[in-house]
Design a protein around this ligand. Structure first.
Ligand code: DAH
Length: 340
């Protein structure tokens, strides 16, 4: 007959891994015919004191076996019920609330992607600028109204420090740091001291574009902008360039697209003209190239700046610019589909 110690070691060493081995364990240690029960049968042949001590030992043995059996059973039942829960494909899915991108971000990314496809690289720069990058290097005359506190937010710290009024400052920063050929697209936020109405805001967004290389022509600009308009508003869109004036371009123009609401027939949005303005553009003034350390005899370029709010209003037919800044989720939620 095995010693009690041997049986105890067997109980501890028994590998219980699944229902089958658990049953083997039960048969070996916990049934009426088990070795432990046989030990209990011995009790009746013993003297009372001996019986007491021996009874205690074999009871401990039986408890140890019962405990191993129960704890394995409990763990495996827990695992089975978790597995059943995971596998229950009929349980209703939890609703995960996802946000949407802001319409202005959607539009800025779209503009950026269209130009990146034809070799432009996106660059960004500071919102708080100095006079040189926003005005002086861009050929603004001393007495230009944009230099007036009426129109521009100056920072109290220093008379030279201001919130940029246009992303054209990034033309200067780029040309100061890169050699031609230069092809950049610069999205950013701009600030003007204006009364807030349904059509104007003191904060808005622009995307600036700049191309400088040898023998860049006005025709290159026109074709690039036509490509952009057609990708943004559809292949049937038409463009028109009207002569204009900016200190940093010569010649300068403003570009209209055929109204995408009425298709050019005339409606409220286009004020019955069939055309809506979306950007300013022109050939970079040689003074600006020279101010930024680029040889204007060797290189030429074109630049453009487009207003993102205006284009977003056109694209999504929104009639009040203030909606973009109020962050009312009932408005923003509508752009969920466009986010994807
Ligand atoms: N900076 C101009 C504005 O804010 C827009 C603009 C016009 C940018 C002509 C240009 C340009 O690059 O060539 O109104």
């Amino acid at each position: 007959m095995k010693t009690i110690e041997e049986i105890r070691k067997e109980i501890e060493a028994f590998q219980i891994e699944n229902a089958e081995t658990l049953e083997q364990f039960r048969l070996q240690f916990l049934t009426k015919k088990s070795e432990i029960q046989a030990l209990f049968a011995e009790l009746k042949n013993m003297q009372p004191e001996e019986r007491k001590a021996f009874g205690q030992i074999i009871n401990e043995l039986k408890n140890a076996a019962t405990e191993r059996f129960n704890s394995f059973k409990e763990i495996s039942e827990m695992q089975t019920s978790t597995r059943q829960q995971i596998a229950d494909v009929t349980r209703p899915a939890q609703n995960v609330e996802v946000g949407s991108m802001h319409p202005i971000s959607i539009m800025m990314n779209q503009v950026r992607r269209i130009f990146e496809d034809i070799g432009f690289t996106a660059v960004t720069g500071p919102d708080v600028e100095d006079d040189w990058h926003v005005f002086t290097a861009l050929n603004f005359p001393e007495e230009h109204p944009a230099r007036d506190m009426q129109d521009t937010f100056f920072i109290d710290l220093h008379p030279d420090v201001l919130l940029r009024t246009h992303t054209s400052s990034l033309q200067v920063r780029t040309m100061e740091n890169q050699k031609p050929p230069i092809r950049v697209i610069c999205p950013g936020r701009v600030f003007r001291n204006e009364a807030i109405t349904s059509r104007a805001h003191c904060i808005f967004h622009q995307v600036e574009g700049l191309y400088v290389a040898e023998s860049v022509s006005f025709a290159d600009m026109k074709q690039t902008l036509l490509y952009f308009a057609q990708r943004m508003f559809g292949p049937e869109v038409r463009i028109r360039l009207r002569p204009s004036y900016f200190p940093f371009t010569e010649p300068s123009a403003e570009m209209d697209i055929s109204c995408n609401i009425c298709g050019g027939a005339g409606c409220n949005l286009c004020k019955h003209t069939g055309w809506v303005e979306i950007l300013g553009c022109g050939m970079v003034d040689p003074n600006v190239l020279d101010n930024c350390g680029i040889d204007s005899k060797k290189y030429s370029g074109f630049a453009f700046g487009l207003g993102i709010e205006r284009m977003t209003m056109l694209k999504y037919t929104t009639n009040d610019i203030r909606l973009y800044f109020e962050n009312d989720v009932r408005f923003l939620r509508q752009f969920k589909a466009a986010t994807k």
